[in-house]
Design a protein around this ligand. Structure first.
Ligand code: ADP
Ligand code: MG
Ligand code: MG
Length: 248
């Protein structure tokens, strides 16, 4: 699914990623943990194609293609979804209009037929129901006046509607109460399949109680300094990061 090799990236002349190696197989869930400022968000944004950084070395291949050569819109169309810690508000554009435009733009870019209004409505309603959302949310402006929990739910709805192949969720659990956390976890688990992979950036073991990762990695100082199974997250919760950084 995704192969990152010796990736180096810098922001404003500061080296942030200093040789990241990571392989995600189809169907796998990988959690990335690590101290603040270690480059987790940089890595996430870089995969989605944001432009604040410069790649100085290394490669990223996604489904056998050179990801770094692809424009951000094409990455989304090919199945990369980036979830944000703070989802953006788009006042005046209804959720329904936004979702339809996003889905059809991706279908078009993949050379698929756009969904007509009826098919789209049926599809989005199915997803709204799965997310236990009030359908009235669809006619409100995207995240306009939504509570933190509602924004999260809405973000996961976007993910369910778009059906990405690689879901990159950057601290999507930060600041969530337990109900909202479960919503996020249920959405991720609903999307888990043999064909899809998840890269879950999180500070807390808590989310991993609900979304069981196959692998846990520690990103520190711009490199993956330790990898393990779910038990590594428990160990980190207990001992913090100091012991790894000393050993690395
Ligand atoms: P994390 O998500 O692990 O907390 P980030 O990837 O957000 O870390 O940040 C890594 C480092 O890059 C930090 O030292 C941060 O200050 C720096 N950084 C991030 N974005 C910018 C930017 N736009 N300009 C300058 N420095 C930045
Ligand atoms: Mg941070
Ligand atoms: Mg971050």
């Amino acid at each position: 699914m995704l192969e990152i090799k010796n990736l180096h990236a810098r922001i404003e002349n500061k080296d942030i990623l200093k040789g990241v190696d990571l392989r995600l197989g189809a169907g796998e869930v990988h959690a990335i943990m690590g101290p603040n400022g270690s480059g987790k968000s940089t890595l996430s944004k870089l995969l989605a194609g944001h432009e604040d950084y410069t790649i100085t070395e290394g490669s990223v291949s996604f489904l056998g293609e050179d990801l770094l050569e692809l424009a951000p819109e094409l990455r989304a169309a090919k199945g990369i979804f980036l979830g944000f810690q703070y989802p953006v508000e788009i006042p005046g554009v209804s959720n329904m209009v936004f979702l339809k435009a996003a889905l059809n733009a991706q279908r078009k870019a993949r050379g698929e037929k756009e969904l007509d209004a009826g098919d789209f409505l049926a599809w989005v309603k199915h997803r709204v129901k799965q997310m236990q959302m009030n359908p009235a949310m669809l006619s409100r402006g995207v995240n306009e006046g939504f509570s933190g929990g509602e924004k999260k739910r809405n973000e996961i709805l976007q993910m369910l509607v778009l059906e990405p192949k690689l879901m990159v969720l950057d601290e999507t659990d930060s600041g969530l109460d337990i109900d909202a956390l479960k919503v996020v976890a249920d959405g991720i688990n609903l999307m888990r399949s043999k064909e899809r992979s998840v890269l879950l950036v999180t500070h807390y073991q808590r989310l991993l109680d609900y979304v069981k990762p196959d692998f846990v990695h520690v990103l520190a100082g711009g490199r993956i300094v330790k990898s393990g199974g779910p038990e590594l997250a428990l160990e980190l919760e207990e001992k913090g990061y100091g012991w790894i950084q000393q050993a690395a």
